[in-house]
Design a protein around this ligand. Structure first.
Ligand code: PHB
Length: 369
Protein backbone atom coordinates (compact mmCIF):
# COMPACT_ATOMS: atom_id res chain seq x y z
CA UNK A 1 0.00 0.00 0.00
CA UNK A 2 1.50 3.39 -0.92
CA UNK A 3 2.43 5.39 2.14
CA UNK A 4 0.03 8.18 1.25
CA UNK A 5 -3.12 6.07 0.86
CA UNK A 6 -4.09 6.72 4.45
CA UNK A 7 -3.75 10.48 4.25
CA UNK A 8 -6.61 12.68 5.43
CA UNK A 9 -5.57 15.51 3.06
CA UNK A 10 -8.54 14.70 0.83
CA UNK A 11 -11.07 14.08 3.58
CA UNK A 12 -13.53 16.55 5.11
CA UNK A 13 -12.35 18.77 7.92
CA UNK A 14 -13.93 21.28 10.26
CA UNK A 15 -12.62 24.82 9.90
CA UNK A 16 -14.20 27.14 12.44
CA UNK A 17 -17.92 27.25 11.63
CA UNK A 18 -17.53 25.44 8.31
CA UNK A 19 -17.05 21.93 7.05
CA UNK A 20 -14.62 21.71 4.15
CA UNK A 21 -14.51 18.68 1.82
CA UNK A 22 -10.69 18.51 2.02
CA UNK A 23 -7.66 20.17 3.60
CA UNK A 24 -6.37 21.89 0.47
CA UNK A 25 -6.68 25.68 0.44
CA UNK A 26 -6.28 27.97 -2.55
CA UNK A 27 -3.92 30.81 -1.62
CA UNK A 28 -4.72 34.49 -2.07
CA UNK A 29 -3.09 35.36 -5.40
CA UNK A 30 -2.77 38.91 -6.71
CA UNK A 31 -3.54 38.82 -10.45
CA UNK A 32 -4.16 42.51 -11.30
CA UNK A 33 -7.11 41.94 -13.59
CA UNK A 34 -9.73 44.08 -11.83
CA UNK A 35 -9.87 47.53 -13.48
CA UNK A 36 -11.46 50.16 -11.20
CA UNK A 37 -11.26 47.63 -8.36
CA UNK A 38 -14.09 45.59 -9.89
CA UNK A 39 -14.10 41.86 -10.46
CA UNK A 40 -16.25 40.49 -13.29
CA UNK A 41 -17.12 37.55 -15.50
CA UNK A 42 -13.48 36.62 -15.97
CA UNK A 43 -12.94 36.33 -12.22
CA UNK A 44 -16.16 34.32 -11.83
CA UNK A 45 -14.85 31.87 -14.38
CA UNK A 46 -11.38 31.66 -12.80
CA UNK A 47 -12.63 31.09 -9.26
CA UNK A 48 -15.41 28.75 -10.37
CA UNK A 49 -12.80 26.56 -12.08
CA UNK A 50 -11.02 26.26 -8.71
CA UNK A 51 -14.11 25.50 -6.58
CA UNK A 52 -12.83 22.00 -5.82
CA UNK A 53 -10.48 23.51 -3.23
CA UNK A 54 -11.40 22.85 0.38
CA UNK A 55 -11.58 26.62 0.55
CA UNK A 56 -10.71 29.49 -1.79
CA UNK A 57 -9.10 32.64 -0.44
CA UNK A 58 -9.63 35.60 -2.73
CA UNK A 59 -6.76 37.58 -4.10
CA UNK A 60 -5.91 40.39 -1.66
CA UNK A 61 -8.84 42.81 -1.73
CA UNK A 62 -8.56 46.36 -0.44
CA UNK A 63 -10.71 47.65 2.40
CA UNK A 64 -10.36 51.33 1.44
CA UNK A 65 -9.03 53.51 -1.39
CA UNK A 66 -5.92 54.23 0.73
CA UNK A 67 -5.20 50.50 0.85
CA UNK A 68 -4.28 50.28 -2.85
CA UNK A 69 -0.66 49.83 -3.89
CA UNK A 70 -0.88 47.99 -7.20
CA UNK A 71 -2.74 48.43 -10.47
CA UNK A 72 -6.10 46.74 -11.01
CA UNK A 73 -6.56 45.11 -7.62
CA UNK A 74 -10.12 44.53 -6.40
CA UNK A 75 -11.81 46.26 -3.48
CA UNK A 76 -14.64 45.65 -1.04
CA UNK A 77 -15.44 49.18 0.02
CA UNK A 78 -18.06 50.34 -2.49
CA UNK A 79 -21.53 49.08 -3.39
CA UNK A 80 -20.36 48.40 -6.94
CA UNK A 81 -17.50 46.24 -5.64
CA UNK A 82 -19.86 44.29 -3.38
CA UNK A 83 -22.22 43.68 -6.31
CA UNK A 84 -19.31 42.59 -8.50
CA UNK A 85 -18.03 40.11 -5.91
CA UNK A 86 -21.55 38.72 -5.43
CA UNK A 87 -21.44 37.32 -8.97
CA UNK A 88 -18.08 35.65 -8.31
CA UNK A 89 -19.14 34.13 -4.99
CA UNK A 90 -22.37 32.84 -6.55
CA UNK A 91 -20.38 31.14 -9.29
CA UNK A 92 -18.19 29.38 -6.70
CA UNK A 93 -21.17 28.40 -4.53
CA UNK A 94 -23.04 27.02 -7.58
CA UNK A 95 -20.07 24.77 -8.13
CA UNK A 96 -20.15 23.62 -4.50
CA UNK A 97 -17.16 25.67 -3.30
CA UNK A 98 -16.48 27.89 -0.28
CA UNK A 99 -14.76 31.26 -0.39
CA UNK A 100 -13.31 33.77 2.07
CA UNK A 101 -12.45 37.36 1.15
CA UNK A 102 -8.93 38.45 2.07
CA UNK A 103 -9.04 41.95 3.60
CA UNK A 104 -6.04 44.05 2.61
CA UNK A 105 -4.51 47.44 3.25
CA UNK A 106 -1.00 47.90 1.86
CA UNK A 107 0.03 50.77 4.14
CA UNK A 108 3.41 52.09 3.00
CA UNK A 109 3.67 49.68 0.04
CA UNK A 110 2.01 52.22 -2.22
CA UNK A 111 2.68 55.41 -4.16
CA UNK A 112 0.90 58.76 -4.30
CA UNK A 113 -0.36 57.76 -7.77
CA UNK A 114 -2.46 55.00 -6.18
CA UNK A 115 -3.74 57.21 -3.34
CA UNK A 116 -6.89 59.32 -3.29
CA UNK A 117 -5.89 62.87 -4.36
CA UNK A 118 -2.28 61.74 -4.79
CA UNK A 119 -1.51 61.90 -1.07
CA UNK A 120 1.24 60.03 0.73
CA UNK A 121 0.65 56.38 1.67
CA UNK A 122 0.02 55.85 5.38
CA UNK A 123 1.97 53.62 7.77
CA UNK A 124 2.64 53.22 11.50
CA UNK A 125 5.83 55.25 11.11
CA UNK A 126 7.40 57.46 8.46
CA UNK A 127 9.91 54.83 7.33
CA UNK A 128 10.44 54.37 3.63
CA UNK A 129 10.65 50.74 2.53
CA UNK A 130 13.62 49.80 0.40
CA UNK A 131 12.72 48.69 -3.08
CA UNK A 132 10.35 49.70 -5.80
CA UNK A 133 6.61 49.71 -6.22
CA UNK A 134 5.03 47.96 -9.15
CA UNK A 135 3.51 50.22 -11.82
CA UNK A 136 2.33 49.53 -15.36
CA UNK A 137 5.43 51.39 -16.61
CA UNK A 138 7.84 49.45 -14.40
CA UNK A 139 9.37 49.88 -10.96
CA UNK A 140 9.12 53.17 -9.05
CA UNK A 141 10.93 53.80 -5.74
CA UNK A 142 8.72 53.95 -2.66
CA UNK A 143 8.32 57.26 -0.89
CA UNK A 144 8.47 57.95 2.81
CA UNK A 145 4.94 57.29 4.09
CA UNK A 146 2.99 59.49 6.47
CA UNK A 147 2.68 58.09 10.00
CA UNK A 148 -0.96 57.64 10.98
CA UNK A 149 -2.00 60.04 13.73
CA UNK A 150 -3.22 58.33 16.89
CA UNK A 151 -6.73 59.63 16.33
CA UNK A 152 -6.84 58.33 12.74
CA UNK A 153 -6.33 54.70 13.75
CA UNK A 154 -9.92 53.89 14.85
CA UNK A 155 -11.21 54.88 11.40
CA UNK A 156 -8.80 52.43 9.72
CA UNK A 157 -9.87 49.69 12.15
CA UNK A 158 -13.47 50.44 11.22
CA UNK A 159 -12.65 50.17 7.53
CA UNK A 160 -11.67 46.54 8.12
CA UNK A 161 -15.00 45.90 9.87
CA UNK A 162 -16.94 47.68 7.11
CA UNK A 163 -15.20 45.61 4.44
CA UNK A 164 -15.95 42.46 6.46
CA UNK A 165 -19.64 43.44 6.53
CA UNK A 166 -19.43 44.02 2.78
CA UNK A 167 -17.93 40.56 2.36
CA UNK A 168 -20.96 39.04 4.07
CA UNK A 169 -23.24 41.17 1.91
CA UNK A 170 -21.46 39.78 -1.16
CA UNK A 171 -22.16 36.24 0.08
CA UNK A 172 -18.65 35.25 1.17
CA UNK A 173 -18.42 32.39 3.69
CA UNK A 174 -15.95 34.34 5.81
CA UNK A 175 -12.99 36.70 5.79
CA UNK A 176 -9.23 36.48 6.19
CA UNK A 177 -7.50 39.46 7.77
CA UNK A 178 -4.24 39.97 5.87
CA UNK A 179 -1.67 40.48 8.59
CA UNK A 180 1.26 39.23 6.51
CA UNK A 181 3.85 40.09 3.87
CA UNK A 182 4.80 43.60 4.93
CA UNK A 183 1.41 45.26 4.46
CA UNK A 184 -0.24 47.61 6.96
CA UNK A 185 -0.97 45.21 9.84
CA UNK A 186 2.44 43.56 9.52
CA UNK A 187 4.02 47.04 9.46
CA UNK A 188 2.46 47.62 12.89
CA UNK A 189 3.55 44.22 14.21
CA UNK A 190 7.26 44.39 13.41
CA UNK A 191 9.73 46.82 14.91
CA UNK A 192 11.59 47.33 11.61
CA UNK A 193 8.60 49.34 10.39
CA UNK A 194 6.96 50.46 13.65
CA UNK A 195 8.85 53.04 15.75
CA UNK A 196 5.76 54.57 17.33
CA UNK A 197 6.01 55.80 20.89
CA UNK A 198 2.27 55.69 21.63
CA UNK A 199 0.22 52.66 22.63
CA UNK A 200 0.58 51.15 19.12
CA UNK A 201 4.38 50.98 19.22
CA UNK A 202 7.33 49.96 21.36
CA UNK A 203 6.53 46.78 23.27
CA UNK A 204 5.33 43.63 21.55
CA UNK A 205 2.00 44.09 23.34
CA UNK A 206 1.64 47.56 21.86
CA UNK A 207 2.65 46.56 18.34
CA UNK A 208 0.04 43.80 18.45
CA UNK A 209 -2.74 46.22 19.45
CA UNK A 210 -3.70 47.32 15.92
CA UNK A 211 -4.24 43.70 14.82
CA UNK A 212 -6.18 42.90 17.98
CA UNK A 213 -8.47 45.88 17.50
CA UNK A 214 -9.10 44.83 13.91
CA UNK A 215 -9.88 41.26 14.97
CA UNK A 216 -12.21 42.62 17.64
CA UNK A 217 -13.99 44.89 15.16
CA UNK A 218 -14.23 42.26 12.42
CA UNK A 219 -15.58 39.60 14.79
CA UNK A 220 -18.18 42.15 15.81
CA UNK A 221 -19.70 41.81 12.33
CA UNK A 222 -18.62 38.30 11.19
CA UNK A 223 -18.86 35.36 13.61
CA UNK A 224 -15.38 34.43 14.81
CA UNK A 225 -15.64 30.93 13.34
CA UNK A 226 -15.66 32.54 9.91
CA UNK A 227 -12.61 34.72 10.48
CA UNK A 228 -8.95 33.83 9.94
CA UNK A 229 -5.71 35.81 10.16
CA UNK A 230 -2.72 35.55 7.84
CA UNK A 231 0.76 36.01 9.31
CA UNK A 232 4.32 35.81 7.93
CA UNK A 233 6.67 35.63 10.94
CA UNK A 234 9.89 35.31 8.95
CA UNK A 235 8.99 37.17 5.77
CA UNK A 236 11.47 39.69 4.43
CA UNK A 237 9.33 40.65 1.44
CA UNK A 238 8.53 44.39 1.37
CA UNK A 239 11.63 45.20 3.42
CA UNK A 240 10.37 43.63 6.61
CA UNK A 241 12.37 42.66 9.66
CA UNK A 242 11.96 42.37 13.41
CA UNK A 243 14.38 42.13 16.30
CA UNK A 244 12.68 39.07 17.87
CA UNK A 245 10.19 37.39 15.54
CA UNK A 246 9.68 34.33 17.77
CA UNK A 247 8.66 36.35 20.80
CA UNK A 248 6.49 38.64 18.66
CA UNK A 249 4.58 35.96 16.81
CA UNK A 250 4.26 33.65 19.81
CA UNK A 251 2.58 36.61 21.50
CA UNK A 252 0.39 37.27 18.45
CA UNK A 253 -0.75 33.62 18.43
CA UNK A 254 -1.54 33.76 22.14
CA UNK A 255 -3.54 36.97 21.74
CA UNK A 256 -5.46 35.59 18.76
CA UNK A 257 -6.43 32.55 20.80
CA UNK A 258 -9.48 32.40 23.05
CA UNK A 259 -11.70 34.24 20.57
CA UNK A 260 -13.02 31.30 18.57
CA UNK A 261 -11.25 32.35 15.38
CA UNK A 262 -11.31 29.75 12.60
CA UNK A 263 -7.61 29.73 11.79
CA UNK A 264 -4.22 31.31 11.47
CA UNK A 265 -2.73 31.09 8.01
CA UNK A 266 1.03 31.16 8.22
CA UNK A 267 3.34 32.03 5.34
CA UNK A 268 6.27 29.89 6.41
CA UNK A 269 8.33 30.99 3.44
CA UNK A 270 7.66 33.67 0.83
CA UNK A 271 8.80 33.02 -2.75
CA UNK A 272 12.33 34.41 -3.11
CA UNK A 273 13.00 34.72 0.63
CA UNK A 274 15.90 32.86 2.20
CA UNK A 275 14.75 30.27 4.74
CA UNK A 276 14.90 31.83 8.21
CA UNK A 277 14.88 29.96 11.52
CA UNK A 278 11.53 29.96 13.28
CA UNK A 279 9.66 27.50 15.48
CA UNK A 280 6.29 27.36 13.75
CA UNK A 281 5.17 24.56 16.09
CA UNK A 282 5.56 26.98 18.98
CA UNK A 283 3.23 29.45 17.28
CA UNK A 284 0.75 26.69 16.46
CA UNK A 285 0.69 25.37 20.05
CA UNK A 286 -0.36 28.79 21.31
CA UNK A 287 -3.34 29.12 18.99
CA UNK A 288 -6.58 27.23 19.61
CA UNK A 289 -7.92 27.17 16.02
CA UNK A 290 -6.65 25.54 12.86
CA UNK A 291 -3.18 26.15 11.45
CA UNK A 292 -3.00 26.60 7.68
CA UNK A 293 0.54 26.25 6.35
CA UNK A 294 1.67 28.05 3.21
CA UNK A 295 4.95 28.48 1.37
CA UNK A 296 6.56 26.13 -1.12
CA UNK A 297 4.38 23.10 -0.34
CA UNK A 298 4.09 20.39 -2.93
CA UNK A 299 2.20 17.10 -2.71
CA UNK A 300 4.93 15.26 -0.82
CA UNK A 301 5.39 18.03 1.75
CA UNK A 302 1.64 18.36 2.21
CA UNK A 303 1.24 14.66 2.88
CA UNK A 304 4.21 14.76 5.23
CA UNK A 305 2.75 17.74 7.09
CA UNK A 306 -0.35 15.69 7.82
CA UNK A 307 1.55 12.55 8.79
CA UNK A 308 3.71 14.57 11.17
CA UNK A 309 0.77 16.81 12.08
CA UNK A 310 2.70 20.04 11.61
CA UNK A 311 -0.34 21.71 9.98
CA UNK A 312 -4.09 21.19 9.81
CA UNK A 313 -4.56 22.45 6.25
CA UNK A 314 -2.16 23.19 3.42
CA UNK A 315 -2.40 26.26 1.22
CA UNK A 316 -1.13 26.21 -2.38
CA UNK A 317 -0.42 29.32 -4.44
CA UNK A 318 1.46 28.93 -7.69
CA UNK A 319 0.23 25.36 -8.28
CA UNK A 320 -3.32 26.76 -8.15
CA UNK A 321 -2.57 29.32 -10.85
CA UNK A 322 -1.86 26.56 -13.35
CA UNK A 323 -4.07 23.73 -12.06
CA UNK A 324 -7.74 24.56 -11.61
CA UNK A 325 -8.38 20.94 -10.58
CA UNK A 326 -5.45 20.84 -8.15
CA UNK A 327 -7.19 18.69 -5.52
CA UNK A 328 -8.08 16.08 -8.13
CA UNK A 329 -4.51 16.03 -9.47
CA UNK A 330 -2.98 15.77 -5.99
CA UNK A 331 -5.35 12.97 -5.05
CA UNK A 332 -4.38 11.00 -8.17
CA UNK A 333 -0.72 12.01 -7.96
CA UNK A 334 -1.15 13.25 -11.53
CA UNK A 335 1.34 15.64 -13.16
CA UNK A 336 0.80 19.37 -12.64
CA UNK A 337 0.73 22.06 -15.33
CA UNK A 338 3.65 24.46 -14.83
CA UNK A 339 2.61 28.07 -14.16
CA UNK A 340 3.62 30.76 -16.66
CA UNK A 341 5.14 33.64 -14.68
CA UNK A 342 4.72 36.08 -17.59
CA UNK A 343 0.95 36.04 -17.12
CA UNK A 344 0.81 36.17 -13.30
CA UNK A 345 0.14 39.90 -13.07
CA UNK A 346 -2.25 41.73 -15.36
CA UNK A 347 -3.62 40.77 -18.75
CA UNK A 348 -6.71 38.82 -19.61
CA UNK A 349 -7.88 35.23 -19.90
CA UNK A 350 -4.49 34.05 -21.12
CA UNK A 351 -2.66 32.38 -18.26
CA UNK A 352 -5.73 32.93 -16.09
CA UNK A 353 -8.71 30.84 -17.14
CA UNK A 354 -7.13 28.77 -19.91
CA UNK A 355 -5.13 26.20 -17.92
CA UNK A 356 -6.68 22.81 -18.65
CA UNK A 357 -7.98 20.28 -16.19
CA UNK A 358 -6.65 16.75 -16.28
CA UNK A 359 -9.90 15.57 -17.89
CA UNK A 360 -9.59 18.18 -20.63
CA UNK A 361 -5.99 17.15 -21.26
CA UNK A 362 -6.89 13.50 -21.42
CA UNK A 363 -9.77 14.22 -23.82
CA UNK A 364 -7.54 16.32 -26.11
CA UNK A 365 -3.96 15.38 -25.31
CA UNK A 366 -2.46 17.29 -28.21
CA UNK A 367 -4.30 20.57 -27.77
CA UNK A 368 -2.19 23.29 -26.23
CA UNK A 369 -3.73 25.41 -23.49
C1 PHB B 1 1.76 41.18 -4.55
O1 PHB B 1 0.90 41.80 -5.20
O2 PHB B 1 2.90 41.04 -4.97
C2 PHB B 1 1.39 40.60 -3.27
C3 PHB B 1 0.16 40.86 -2.72
C4 PHB B 1 -0.19 40.32 -1.51
C5 PHB B 1 0.72 39.54 -0.84
C6 PHB B 1 1.95 39.27 -1.37
C7 PHB B 1 2.29 39.81 -2.59
O3 PHB B 1 0.42 39.03 0.35
Amino acid sequence: MPADSATDLFLPVRLGSLWLPNRVVMAPLTRNRAPDGLVGELHARYYRQRAGAGMILTEATVIAPEGVGYPNVPGLHSDAQVAAWRGVVEAVHEQGGRMFAQLWHVGRISLPRYQPEGGLPVAPSAIRPAGEAFTPEGGAPYETPRALELDEIPAVVNQYAAAAANALAAGFDGVEIHGANGYLIDQFLRDGSNRRTDRYGGSIENRCRFLEEIVEAVTGVVEAGRVGVRLSPTGAFNDMHDSDPQALFDHVATRLSGRGLAYVHVVEQFPGDEPAPFDFASLRRRFEGAYIANGGYDRARALQARVEDTADLICFGRPYIANPDLVHRLALDAPLNPPDADTFYGGDAEGYTDYPTLDQQRAAPYASR
